[in-house]
Design a protein around this ligand. Structure first.
Ligand SMILES: C[S@@+](CC[C@H](N)C(=O)[O-])C[C@H]1O[C@@H](n2cnc3c(N)ncnc32)[C@H](O)[C@@H]1O
Length: 314
């Protein structure tokens, strides 16, 4: 389906109060949706935690910040089961529910998954099993938050985070930064520099592709996954400048520049191409896209990776 059809529908939906939820419904109708979400969130959470090389075995209390909770609370709960003492999770919207959580958490009850958590974290398998049993019994989110010491801040501001906790050993996000404007990203990177503890680590997985090329009923199979880089800021803003569709069209290079500007030490950037790679010819990339970078020695680099994980320290 042509991407402009999905873009037009999202434009209409975003005028309604529940536009984001309506936009999310088609994904939830897929078979095994909750199981798949649970396993995806679990493995991505563990993958990032491992890559950060954070140690939880010490006696000192450790705090984690997740930016962009989304619809699932599996990641903050896995951080709790790994052994973080406080988990702050924030989003610009409020999309979690106990019903969804209950449908997802049951899929964590698996010997291999619990063994993995135990090997990477602070608790024995028996301790994790007991904690999970308790977690599964909760009928309200408030009870879950209290037990796991999760602080969920929907519709947050940066001051909300700071008023809750201003020192984090671990800051993570999963496919969220591409939805954040360059102006807010700049503020966020300044804050992350101040929030990270001396040995703390930030790890962010970012998707760099045009979301209208994402699989699903509305996928446009005829476009490059970097199609959105063809358009001026004004044209792109017309089609996708709303809260449902917004992506910032920034490549990994922009995030490396943000680290440099804030004197953050880049530990690694793991770039990935997880589907057939169709980079745009450089002549098709709009100058508005290129002018966002301070330095760009190779224009083709903006199409180099479809996804990546950025790891940095203070
Ligand atoms: C693709 S979803 C990913 C959610 C979740 N991390 C996951 O893996 O399912 C992107 C999320 O980023 C959130 N988001 C957008 N802008 C944000 C911002 N400035 N700060 C935090 N979250 C934001 C959206 O509301 C949405 O929940």
């Amino acid at each position: 389906m042509h991407w402009k059809i999905k873009a037009s529908l999202q434009k209409i939906l975003h005028f309604t109060k529940i536009g984001d939820q309506l936009n999310h419904i088609p994904a939830t109708l897929k078979k095994d949706y909750h199981k798949n979400v649970c396993l995806y969130q679990f493995y991505e959470c563990i993958r990032k935690f491992e890559a950060s090389k954070i140690q939880l075995e010490t006696d000192t209390k450790k705090a984690a910040l997740e930016i962009g909770t989304g619809y699932s609370l599996i990641a903050p709960v896995v951080l709790y089961l790994l052994g973080f003492d406080t988990i702050v999770t924030v989003d610009i919207s409020k999309d979690v529910s106990i019903k969804t959580f209950q449908k997802q958490i049951i899929h964590l009850n698996d010997a291999t998954l619990l063994q993995t958590v135990s090997e990477k974290g602070r608790f024995t398998v028996l301790e994790i099993k007991e904690k999970l049993q308790q977690i599964q019994s909760f009928q309200t989110l408030e009870k879950l938050y209290k037990f796991c010491n999760i602080i969920y801040i929907p519709k947050y501001t940066l001051s909300d985070i700071e008023n809750t906790c201003n020192s984090f050993d671990y800051i993570c996000s999963q496919v969220v930064f591409e939805h954040i404007s360059p102006a807010f990203l700049k503020q966020l990177f300044i804050k992350m520099k101040t929030w990270l503890t001396k040995d703390g680590c930030a790890i962010h997985t970012i998707n760099f592709i045009d979301h209208f090329a994402n699989p699903g009923f509305f996928q446009d199979k005829n476009i490059s996954e970097f199609n959105f880089l063809k358009y001026s800021d004004n044209t792109w803003d017309f089609w996708a400048g709303n809260a449902i569709a917004y992506t910032n069209r920034l490549s990994y290079l922009y995030y490396l520049e943000l680290c440099e500007a804030n004197k953050l030490q880049v530990i690694d950037f793991i770039g990935e191409n997880y589907r057939i790679h169709n980079p745009l010819p450089t002549t098709e990339i709009h100058p508005d896209v290129l002018k966002k970078y301070k330095q760009l020695s190779n224009v083709e680099d903006v199409c180099k990776f479809q996804r990546g994980t950025l790891i940095f320290k203070k």
